[in-house]
Design a protein around this ligand. Structure first.
Ligand code: GUN
Length: 311
């Protein structure tokens, strides 16, 4: 028995000893990737090349968004990137925000930047994302990059889907032919990962179903799936009865639930009832420590690529 009563079947699956078995260790993999990036930054510095610079725009004072942006800035420091945080009042007008974005578009020192989502409802998200210079769009949300991704052309891949692909690759989990259910059709995660996993890329080639709030009899789909990627933000909604034995589970949900025993008054949980689902899954990502840290690592990877294009 491995930790938390999870059967250890990894030797037959050819996993290296480097990683924890069965529980996909996104924290470890993300640290590996950040170390790789750090080395590349040092090489660039030795060659007299530019140090990558990531900027983040945060509008308003949404608690989780502040936490995510701060984690991104902290990761920049860790790998030796420069970083800037632009924090605007929640009442900023769409026109003013677009003006600020244009200043960053034209700032040659900034290689890539992100606009943290969600934005206040008074601002049209698509207008904002359209105003980002596609060459600096390290989130991959501009229609040009989103279109290129959909066509299988070289582009910035949105960081969370990119992080999930990296987990499959680094654990050598090949989805070829597998029945893969993506739950949630968000622009940031569900839709792009459903597109990427169906493409004829290494470790992809999956048979993908995209479920959402209008899906009828979701449990019939989940029970029939080899792989489930859940990205809806409903705490612990995916139960063991909904999952088939040996399924591969990727939990993208990050929800705060009240917890008076915690110092912060809340704890972070995913979409998956981890304690019980992990007893049936062949591989499962935990929350925290699964997909979350991978998002940050891949954002920095995209920023390094953006910087390299300016060499
Ligand atoms: N909000 C939640 N996830 C993301 C992300 O990957 N990028 C941005 N910009 N905002 C987010």
């Amino acid at each position: 028995q491995a930790e938390d009563g999870i059967r250890d079947r990894s030797p037959s699956r050819g996993l290296g000893d480097v990683y924890k078995r069965q529980i996909i260790d996104g924290k470890k993999i993300s640290e590996d990737i950040l170390n790789e990036i750090h080395l590349k930054v040092q090489e660039r510095a030795n060659q007299g090349l530019k140090i990558p610079h990531l900027a983040a725009i945060l509008v308003g004072d949404d608690g989780p968004s502040e936490t995510y942006v701060n984690s991104k800035i902290k990761a920049c420091e860790k790998v030796g990137f420069s970083s800037s945080l632009f924090n605007y009042d929640k009442n900023i007008s769409e026109e003013k925000l677009i003006h600020e974005i244009e200043l960053i578009n034209n700032n040659d020192d900034i290689d890539g930047f992100i606009v943290q989502l969600p934005l206040p409802s008074s601002i049209n998200q698509n207008n904002i994302l359209n105003s980002v210079n596609p060459n600096k769009d390290v989130d991959g949300f501009h229609p040009i990059n989103y279109g290129k991704m959909t066509l299988g052309a070289n582009s910035f891949i949105p960081a969370t889907p990119y992080g999930i692909l990296q987990l499959f690759q680094r654990y050598k989990i090949d989805l070829e032919g597998k029945k893969c259910l993506v739950i949630g059709r968000s622009q940031i995660v569900g839709r792009p990962i459903s597109i990427l996993l169906s493409q004829s890329n290494e470790f992809c080639n999956a048979t993908v179903t995209l479920a959402h709030s209008r899906t009828i009899d979701l449990a019939r789909h989940t029970l029939n799936s080899d792989v489930i990627i859940s990205a809806i933000g409903k705490p612990e909604f995916l139960k063991a009865e909904m999952v088939k034995e040996g399924a591969i589970i990727v939990d993208v949900g990050i929800s705060r639930v009240k917890d008076s025993s915690s110092k912060k008054g809340y704890r972070i949980v995913g979409d998956v009832d981890f304690k019980n689902v992990s007893k049936k899954a062949s591989y499962i990502t935990p929350v925290p420590g699964g997909v979350g840290p991978m998002t940050i690592a891949m954002l920095l990877s995209n920023t390094l690529e953006a910087c390299k294009k300016n060499d």
